[in-house]
Ligand binder design. Structure first.
Ligand code: ZN
Length: 410
């Protein structure tokens, strides 16, 4: 079966204007996973909203016997109206326990604080219920084929690896305070999809296909309930030839206020190979050169945000299998015996690596064991253990949210 290329208006991303916070909920009453799909966490990325609406309409119209519940949620509603990435600050940053505690306590400083508070109000009853699968739909300013992003915990892998598109690991390690990073640290599942360029009508199609495939991978849908499933897989696979299956972020170019104007040279696309020393952008100080050979990711072709570009490199399937085995066998108990590695004096589940001793591949070794590099310490390399699969707990900062705060209109 092939998918009809759906013409306007269904391919056109949602027109700007007021969007309800909850786009829709669907359940057939059968027990199963809770899946929350978020679109437009960045206000200039409305394609995800259209894809969510399409999938919800398909389930409702067909009376599909979904297991569990699918909840569609709009991200930055105020920025959506203005068709901007954000109003005051990036909504996909500063999801740190401290910041969430402040917002939950009612101290609202920015438009995005208010958005965060309203999102938490939708999430809170679901987080109380048990593990939640969060799927976060984004698009890019530069030309791109679809790919997914996730923190490399084993529970995230079935969803991301179900898609015939590249998986990018470690973005949450270099971007402080992403929403999925926070929710994943609480023990939930979180996968982000970059569906393509903001204004490309195919981006909605790719998001739709990715969401349907992930609903099957999550156990919400059975394959027989999605008769065109093979066509959705083929739609994604068709644009994915020659891409690495999995890669990890190695470098983030941070744009400081004094670097502006930062201007990417034209023509860079995701997964394009760039060489060490190659000039990729200009800023106030002159030419911006790539620090290591790798794959260009998320070049900034719009004016907002402090991420200039990222450099990734491929990870082998073997490395993924090895790391799954290591973690399943709980061989991470060996971590403190690695040369140059010691327990963090104050923080549980954190280790400190002496770069002078443990220099060889120390980051890769920690990644294999399910640890991530935390940038808390300038001198030493500090790694923290990502929360493995377990019953998620409601953290103290969310317990402070009052019941009344959970009601938001729309
Ligand atoms: Zn985005």
């Amino acid at each position: 079966m092939t998918l009809s290329s759906s013409g306007p208006p269904s391919t056109r991303p949602h027109s700007p204007g007021a969007h309800p916070r909850v786009l829709g909920r669907y359940s057939s009453g059968r027990p199963g996973p809770t899946v929350v799909c978020i679109g437009a966490l960045h206000g200039n990325e409305p394609a995800g909203l259209s894809a969510i609406s399409r999938v919800l309409a398909r389930l409702q119209d067909g009376g599909v016997p979904l297991r569990g519940e699918l909840i569609g949620v709009a991200g930055n509603r105020r920025a959506l109206i203005e068709e901007r990435r954000f109003v005051d600050r990036d909504l996909n940053r500063r999801w740190s326990p401290d910041n969430i505690a402040r917002i939950a306590a009612g101290t609202i400083e920015t438009s995005e604080d208010q958005e965060t508070r309203e999102l938490l109000a939708v999430f809170l009853p679901l987080l109380r219920r048990g593990p939640v699968h969060f799927i976060d739909l984004h698009s890019t300013s530069g030309l791109s084929t679809p790919f997914s992003c996730m923190a490399d915990v084993l529970r995230n892998r079935p969803l991301a690896l179900a898609l015939p598109i590249p998986v990018v690991l470690g973005l949450e390690e270099v971007i402080e305070g992403s929403m999925l990073g926070y929710l994943c640290d609480l023990g939930h599942v979180g996968v982000a999809i970059e569906g393509g360029q903001h204004s490309d009508p195919r981006t909605v199609d790719f998001h739709e296909s990715a969401l349907l495939l992930m609903l099957v991978a999550a156990g919400s849908l059975e394959a027989r309930h999605v008769p065109d499933l093979a066509a959705h897989r083929a739609r994604l696979a068709a644009v994915n030839s020659g891409m690495p299956a999995v890669c990890e972020i190695r470098h983030r170019h941070v744009i400081k206020a004094e670097d502006e104007p930062f201007v990417m040279l034209p023509g860079f696309v995701n997964f394009q190979i760039v060489e060490r020393g190659q000039v990729v952008a200009d800023d106030r100080r002159g030419s911006v050169r790539v620090p290591e050979t790798g794959l260009m990711m998320l070049p900034r072709y719009q004016g907002q945000g402090d991420d200039g570009y990222f450099i990734a490199r491929p990870v082998s399937r073997t490395a993924l299998r090895v790391s799954a085995a290591l973690r399943t066998l709980r061989l991470d108990v060996l971590v403190p015996w690695l040369p140059g590695v010691s327990r963090h004096p104050e923080r549980a589940d954190h280790y400190v690596a002496d770069p002078a001793v443990a220099r060889v591949a120390v980051e890769q070794v920690f990644h294999l064991f399910g640890y991530r590099h935390v940038r808390a310490d300038a001198e030493r390399l500090v790694f923290s253990r990502r929360r493995p699969a377990a019953r998620p707990v409601l953290p103290a900062e969310l317990q402070r949210l009052r019941e009344g705060d959970e009601t938001v209109e729309g």
